[in-house]
Design a protein around this ligand. Structure first.
Ligand code: PA5
Length: 464
């Protein structure tokens, strides 16, 4: 494992009374064992199919790469259609591993098509997409595990229709490939009928745990991302997260520290990467942490209403908007800082003697500055007695990104096991999906529509 996890500043020895005593970790040996068994002994079983996603063989990786190359070579733009777990994995990996201004690069420098991940049904955004792509040379990966999600199906219908008009029925089919559950759902049926290429989402892999399955691997292959190294990193992290001793298992330890913090009223989990390329890693984390741990009941059916609200913050940008609250506001947060040792580029602040300003900065690099600022935030939080821990990545590359993603999945699964909840369901999301079907008039949802219409609003509480 290349990532390093420093949780000193979660501990009483570092931050004082708001920290965790080592005895609180040591006396919970039974809880650690139960959480460990729940996740590791059930690896690959039930909804834990995600633990197996990095284990695919070389031949499958080669096939994905060959397919990816064939699209990459002919596409001017590549569009991913999906939402939630079917979009956030691709978004955060593209952000981390492609050039930060990928789409603005000239064709020669870009080496891959322009990339767009459409994860909303905002009509202005959909219309805007048509303004920037040449549909005749654009390829689309429609990703939906259920094959039923309104947002993704509506995008598909709009774009397939536009494609047919632009390139004709036959050619349009070549521009679309789908990732969905084989044999299930409306998208699978449509794909079979239309003859689109289909990639399967393996059984037991929920949306937010699917980034290392075809949900992520297909788009990564199209963009020329080194999926072999990413899977290698994920396997290394899997090995680390299967260590039995909590003191050497980063996911088990940090899951437990978060759960103890939640029980102590620290109900907000801030994810604060110090690298623009990791900005949307915080979105990935927010989804997996919120949707997995925000649950009404535990496995025994007892009402628990548990969870920790995730918040995203970007270092250093949000030092100037949020850190004031983190250091002096309520003691209700745990801040996870992600640092990078060596950035992909180095930029020196010129020692320009003619510029009579900022002498203290001259000759230093921005790399030094961002690292100093990260350490300063850690210092300020710690001095103020605020719980924080730091994950350090030696560099941001396919291998370390694979490690980080796998760590998030294990950390979430262990946290859910400590809380004794069903980490892998999402009844709250399903309820919203059904209500949308009802409001939009889908057959079979008439009762739900009645329920929705029975909710009356009192005019006296509306200001206009
Ligand atoms: O994590 C989840 O299960 C959800 O966020 C889903 O990924 C999201 O609702 C999209 O579902 P689907 O992939 O079925 O379109």
């Amino acid at each position: 494992m290349k990532l390093k996890f420093d949780y000193n500043n979660m501990m009483e020895s570092s931050i004082g009374t708001h920290g965790i005593k080592q005895s609180a970790i040591d006396k919970a040996a039974k809880a650690h064992e139960a959480a460990y068994k729940e996740v590791v002994d059930n690896s690959g079983k039930g909804w834990q199919g995600w633990t197996e996603t990095p284990m695919i063989d070389k031949a499958t990786v080669d096939e994905l790469n060959a397919f990816g190359k064939s699209i990459r070579e002919k596409a001017s733009s590549f569009v991913v259609l999906g939402i939630g777990g079917s979009a956030l994995g691709p978004i955060c990996v593209f952000n981390a591993l492609l050039h930060l201004h990928h789409n603005e690069l000239n064709e020669k420098m870009r080496k891959a098509p322009k990339i767009y991940v459409e994860d909303n049904v905002d009509p202005e955004r959909m219309a805007a997409l048509f303004d920037v792509i040449d549909i005749k040379t654009t390829y689309f990966n429609v990703i939906t595990k259920s094959g039923e999600t309104s947002e993704t199906l509506s995008q598909f219908l709009i774009l397939y229709n536009a494609l047919k008009k632009a390139v004709g029925e036959k050619a349009a089919k070549e521009h679309i490939f789908v990732t969905t559950t084989i044999g299930k759902g409306a998208l699978y049926a449509a794909a079979e009928k239309e003859g689109f290429k289909i990639f399967g989402v393996p059984a037991g892999v929920g949306g937010r745990f699917s980034v290392l399955s075809n949900v992520g691997l297909v788009p990564f292959a199209v963009m020329g991302i080194d999926i072999e190294s990413m899977l290698y990193g994920a396997r290394a992290m899997r090995t680390a997260c299967e260590r039995k001793d909590i003191y050497s298992n980063p996911a088990l330890m940090t899951a437990y520290l978060q759960v103890l913090s939640m029980k102590d009223g620290k109900n907000i989990s801030v994810m604060m990467p110090y690298a623009d390329g990791l900005k949307t890693m915080a979105d990935f984390y927010c989804q997996i942490w919120a949707e997995s741990l925000g649950k009404a009941v535990d496995k025994a059916g007892k009402t628990v209403n548990c969870g920790q609200t995730p918040a995203k913050s970007l270092g250093v940008t949000d030092q100037h908007s949020q850190v004031q609250l983190y250091t002096e506001g309520p003691y209700d947060k745990v801040v996870t800082i992600i640092g990078v040792d060596t950035f992909g580029d180095s930029v020196t602040i010129p020692a320009d003697e003619t510029a009579d300003i900022g002498d203290f900065l001259k000759g230093h690099t921005m790399n030094e500055l961002i690292t100093a600022e990260r350490k300063s935030t850690e210092f300020a939080l710690t001095k103020a007695g605020r719980s924080n821990f730091t994950i350090t990545m030696p560099t941001v590359d396919a291998e370390t990104v694979g490690e980080l993603l796998m760590y998030f999945m294990y950390q979430t699964a262990f946290a859910g096991a400590y809380l004794n909840i069903d980490t892998f369901n999402q009844p709250g999301v399903e309820e919203g999906k059904k209500a949308t079907f009802a409001m939009i008039g889908r057959a079979g949802y008439e009762q739900k529509l009645k329920e929705l219409e029975s909710a009356v609003k009192d005019e006296k509480y509306i200001i206009s």
